[in-house]
Design a protein around this ligand. Sequence first.
Ligand code: 3H9
Length: 699
Amino acid sequence: MSVVELCREDEIAVVLVDNPPVNALKHEVRVGLLNAFSQARDDPEIAAIVLTCAGRTFIAGADITEFDKPPKSPHLSEVIALIETIQKPVVAAIHGTALGGGFEIALGCHFRVAAPGTRVGLPEIKLGLIPGAGGTQRLPRLIGIEKALPMILSGNPVGAKEALQYGAIDSILDGEFTPAAVEFARKVLREKRPLRRVRDIDEKLAPIREDPAKFEEIAAASSKRTRGLHAPAAAIEAVRWSLEVPFEEAERRVRSAFQELRQGEQSKAQRYVFFAEREAAKVPGVTAGVRPREIARAGVIGAGTMGGGIAMCFANAGIPVTLIETGEEPLGRGLDTIAKNYRNTVKRGGLAADEMERRLGRIAGSTEFERLADADIVVEAVFEEMELKKRVFGDLDRVTKPDAVLATNTSYLDVDAIGQSTKRPQAVLGMHFFSPANVMRLLEVVRGKETAPDVLATAIAVGRRIGKVPVVVGVCHGFVGNRMLRARGIEAERMLLEGALPQDIDGAIVEFGFPMGPFAMGDLAGLDVGWRMRKAQGLKSEIADRLCEAGRFGQKTGKGFYLYEAGSRTPRPDPEVEKLIAEASARHGIARRSIDRREILERLLYPMINEGARILEEGVAARPGDIDIIWIYGYGWPVWRGGPMFYADQVGLAAIRDRLAEIAARAKDARLEPAPLLERLASERRGFASLTEPARARA
Ligand code: 3H9
């Protein structure tokens, strides 16, 4: 069967796209559409045309894998231009998701109907692109700039009901979908409805054209958090053309802007991230036949910041959760914090009050472990002390059902040792959330030596259900993210001693694209957290320990690596800290020197990459892409730089190896010497990507 079929239902032609899994618009599909629509246009017996798709979704966009190759005719805009100019009604029958080029095709049709639960949107911005086939011109004409620009700039789809309200679709059809869509086409014919060509609509644009300041206002409101990214400004420009120049001219300009972005480094990185995220979902040993266990109820132990955030994740996803604490007082405090967090979200307009009540209603607090007897999954989030964790898991083993999944939220302890404190280590694994747990998308799923595949599959499935991006990692100190973070932290402190100041180091990393640097991050998280952890492990930190001894715990005490004015989160350099650092340098007999941004970046990023290479070699991460996803979703690595391992390939592994060798020699630190995998790949002139490319080519 071909990827596009043309069928007849009396006088109605049905064009069916069937290109699993998501009906992406690869070249053959574009050719098929052009042929089918030309044929239907020229057939005098056809009075109207319905465009529909087989499988789980309408067209989910251009085929992203084709963006690495030169564009091939017919281009999507040609297909859409043909559809729009047909003198017979064309109805897009949308189910699942109509995204990117898929939605652009629907916008080129004269009518759009959707199955309930459908979502439509233009997610190109998430790939570092702008909608390239008319979306920036047709969507504003159809629903107005106020609605269109936020959709284009966020890339987030809207549901069918909202789309109907906006006027993006004409009707939501119940019942068997394709017959209902065919019936809709018949109705259009019966009622002799005029063909609606979106490109010709102007009434929604006219008011904004008269009031250019309004356009700027909408653009500014919908382009927050876009620092460093090229695509948002290009998207705003493209939408502005819908007001300023004729449709054809705007289309011509958009095509060229799209091509420029497509060939740029940022989109290349963001496309890589798209596929790396999907690749991370494929876990060695967890085959399609492994079924996740049913999760109807959850338990969380520890009502501190982490535990509370994790409980919120479950409640937000509709899963009732029991939150356990040792006493009424800490339990009450934990529940109050959760309620306060929800109230703040309601106040900010992010949540309806009745939905807040429903979510709160799903969280029950208790001081009795026995209340976990009906939980299908329990996440432990108590202090990072091995003995305490072992005791908790021993208790869990006693009270929970035999098939319950038992997870620890430890950020560095040995998950295997924790598993051994139960009689069912196969049910134990790590679920490492990132603070704030109800916000951060990353979930490191730590697979123990004995973790059963279906337990792993359950943690991944539940992770997705609560809106996380799960990445499976192996057991080692700090797992993937914190282990690499530590490599960065050691070098950051070393540079302080050599001559840099916190603001120099943070400045360099923020300029690189991170939302904040290591020292501002430490101040935000609380320096006492790391201090306590170091003490437990017999470790020291030359400068951070002294800050803590002086009661400088970061933002919560108004002082840390920086000073914070009352009520402000803005870090200000503090001469007292500079003095403390200079004294530390003097104690070590180090003559301070100025360190430029390039050196700062190399010394922060290359040790991380080196640690990443070791992690790969040890099999703690299955693929370089998994490490990249961890850093993007858990630590603020700028998505347009693709993650540390992708970045390393762009810099070139030989250059990184040579620089690391120099840094290691100067610091006399064997840990900084190039890892064997890095050494080998560099000498073979390969990149980290080559470790997974053969697998993808085979697939
Ligand atoms: C665009 O349209 C540009 C235009 O403006 C103009 C051009 C001129 N291409 O996510 P899943 C694969 S830009 C190629 O796990 P789900 C995916 O890799 C595009 N492949 O499923 C995976 O493969 P595998 C704008 C794609 O049910 C499999 O399909 N559109 C594409 O969780 C299943 O995917 C987008 O950005 C694609 N476009 O979610 C939409 N999409 O099984 C991107 C998916 O080998 N797609 N694959 O790992 C999505 O957001 C989700 O895939 C979707 C389904 C919501 C559709």
